[in-house]
Design a protein around this ligand. Sequence first.
Ligand SMILES: Nc1ncnc2c1ncn2[C@@H]1O[C@H](COP(=O)(O)OP(=O)(O)OP(=O)(O)O)[C@@H](O)[C@H]1O
Ligand SMILES: [Mg+2]
Length: 496
Amino acid sequence: MKRPAPWPRRLYAQLTLALLGLFLLVALAFVGLMHWSSSRYSAEVTQRLNSSLATYIAGREPLLTEDGVNHEAMSELAHLVMTINPGVEVYLLDSEGRILDHALPEGSVVRQRVDPAPIRALLSGKAHPPVMADDPHSPQGRQIFSAAAIKVGGRTRGYLYVGLASEEYQTVADSLRGSHILRLTLAGVAGIAVFGVASAALIFGVMTRPLTRLSERMARFQREGLGIEAETTHGDGSEVAVIAHTFDAMRARIDEQLERLKETDRVRRELISSISHDLRTPLASMKGYLETLLLKEDTLSPEQRRQYQEIAHRHCDRLTRLVDELFELTKLDAGRVTVHWESFSLAELLQDVTQGFMLEAERRGIELRAVTADGRYPVCADIALIDRVLRNLIDNALRHTPAGGHVEVTLSHGERGVEIAVADSGKGVPDTELPHIFDRYFRGSAASDKPEEPGAGLGLAIVKRILDLHGSRIAVTSTPGSGTRFSFPLPSDRAA
Ligand SMILES: Nc1ncnc2c1ncn2[C@@H]1O[C@H](COP(=O)(O)OP(=O)(O)OP(=O)(O)O)[C@@H](O)[C@H]1O
Ligand SMILES: [Mg+2]
């Protein structure tokens, strides 16, 4: 038995988890982007606000003269500025970026030179802030800056390079400044994520519910087999609804086929038990006579011997007839007989059938007549099956009519096609037996009066099933003492 999948393996849980993962990724990317853009923003603001700082310092006193660097002025100004703002460092560079002077402790400056390209780009106004240049404090570091060109005799001889914030300082400052925004952003993203995932879980739950129900019903069907109820509604035409509908149809079909199988099996069992019962009686009787013949061979008179042999022979006949009829009825009951419709002359068929019974009729002293008024009576039916119907009816009529009587088969045109009537002048069927004569295995008093006659009570059951297949109904009227009349119609073939 298959248990339902644990929660994390259910479809809706997987969808929710996938969405949660996606949300986290997007949130991380968003926070990263926020952080990067806010630090750039703060760098840009700092650089723009301090853009004139270097020009202002350089304008206070000439730091470079024809004689060289004015160390005294430089040291004084640098100290002043760095006292006011400890985050700021002042350097004097030559036109190639070499550091000429600064007021920082010895050993804290590790670079000899600052790349002048970003300085020139900022001064020319071609670069947009924030522009980064080398940080003399670290071999790899970069920082935002303010710069001014120092001209001597109309020519640029160097730059006043003011580092506004080293990268390290910038990062600390950024995170301090941004921490509040960062916290707010994170809280906002987390809130959106929680709301989004919770509502997605709800929506996925509702959307996958029909699928969950269907899989539960399928599992129940696998477990319990038949008898599970069908879905009363077939949903909205979605794929799941179509699958559910198909599943129900398939299940109903399996139910139906199983029921049919059970019914066939029941019929087969019944048939086997009644066949074995029917075969046992004549077989036992035949065996009894044959044993008597063998055991008492010496004591039996020739007449007795002849009589026993005749009885055994009759039982043999009866068995053959029984097996034939059972075989035929079983085929009819199992629906394995199909009607091969064809057009033929019923008058000709009747002639052939009555011809076959002539000797038997003579032996019984009965007059057998076929009344066809010289017509052909073309009908559309299965010739082999109708042959069987005629033979069963004539056989019955001959067997239940005493010597001196007559059996007449009449063809006539009626409202429903060709009417066939088999009438005899026999002793008839009592009213109480009339409703049962078409039942399987029914043998009336007329038959039981003559135990020597073979018969299993199947002839009329076969007749009825064949006529059912042709869409025809057989009618019977009987007057005890004066005769019985069976009649049925067959569709006439007008084209013939
Ligand atoms: N023409 C008839 N006249 C009087 N009784 C009849 C006539 N035809 C049928 N019956 C009664 O109906 C019963 C059923 O007939 P049915 O042909 O089914 O069985 P059966 O003739 O006894 O055996 P079989 O299986 O060999 O035909 C007969 O046993 C008989 O009692
Ligand atoms: Mg019969």
